[in-house]
Write a protein that binds this ligand. Structure first.
Ligand code: R5P
Length: 296
């Protein structure tokens, strides 16, 4: 029997449409809304007894979404669903993975432990694994951290000639190196220091012999866009062309996106983990492949 797909906060997004039109899922119906006082109402309508459930949830801006998600999962449990898989293409709260100052809450662990109580399995794409090696350090359920690098590498091969892949900081080495290897082109990893949310300094290594390439910045998250803007400025000052900026997750606010798009970069392209006007790389096949064991 096909799994039942419920969608939360994803509406008419390309990812949801692609999953629905794949024909691999039965559509689940739920009524979710807010009472006038702001509290959430959740009712699952589709019977789910003994069925595998897949919830596609856009958890970008998670604070208002966590409770409805938990309520939906509990309602599915009450209906005796067999197994609940959450697909959170963008997994929030992964960047606060350390106490940087006394008294700070390590929100990644709290978020993970709450979500782990509600579901059986989590599938996500390129979660921000920096000080954590794996999601299993904080999620005590089955997890799959899918990688967008292969799909991004194919997009670059088809759209950019003579690329040079650039990771703006040491954390992005994992994406930059793998992507460059798949394409068969060179890569560079830069050094970034962050002094505040919008205060970033990037140093570039001496790479004058590579200035004939098209620089392609690859990062997991673009949020304020400052990392990309600062890197692009540095590269241009060193004689490189305007770079193409690729991010897996288009976290940015409208204003931050416009600032990056108008900063003189060649193009900004993101994957469709978060619906955004910059989306140009579709990851629906990656997700459907990860669900294969449940689709047979
Ligand atoms: C940082 O650790 C991430 O990998 C990204 O480099 C970062 O989130 C980008 O943030 P922003 O766009 O605000 O510079």
């Amino acid at each position: 029997m096909k799994p039942i797909l419920f969608t939360l906060f994803n509406g008419e997004t390309s990812l949801n449409n692609k999953l629905v039109s794949s024909g691999q899922f039965e559509s689940g119906e739920a009524d979710t809304r807010r009472f006038p006082d702001g509290e959430s109402y959740v009712r699952t309508i589709t019977p789910c007894q003994g069925r595998n459930i897949v919830i596609l949830a856009n958890l970008h801006h998670p604070d208002n979404k966590l409770l409805p998600l938990l309520f939906l999962c509990q309602s599915l449990r009450d209906r005796q669903a067999k197994h609940i898989t959450l697909i959170a293409p963008y997994l929030p709260y992964m960047r606060q993975d350390k106490r940087f100052r006394d008294g700070e809450c390590i929100t990644s662990t709290v978020f993970a432990s709450i979500v782990s109580t509600a579901i059986d399995e989590l599938i996500t794409i390129d979660p921000h694994l920096h000080r954590y090696q794996s999601l299993s350090e904080i999620y005590n359920i089955n997890t799959q951290a899918l990688k967008a690098d292969n799909t991004i590498a194919n997009w670059i091969k088809q759209n950019i000639s003579n690329p040079l892949i650039i990771g703006p900081d040491s954390e992005s080495e994992q994406w930059a190196a793998a992507t460059a290897e798949m394409i068969g082109c060179p890569h560079l990893v830069l050094l970034k220091e962050r002094f505040g949310d919008r205060d970033v300094k990037v140093s570039t290594p001496n790479a004058e012999d590579l200035t004939d390439h098209t620089p392609v910045l690859v990062d997991d998250i673009i949020s304020t866009g400052r990392t990309m803007i600062e890197t692009a400025d540095k590269l241009k000052a060193e004689g490189f062309k305007a770079p193409v900026c690729i991010g897996v997750h288009a976290v940015f606010s409208e204003q931050d996106y416009q600032a990056l798009a108008n900063s003189g970069v060649e193009k900004v392209v993101t994957c469709n983990t978060i619906q955004h006007q910059s989306n140009g790389i579709d990851l629906s096949k990656l997700i459907i492949n990860a669900l294969k064991p449940q689709l047979t």
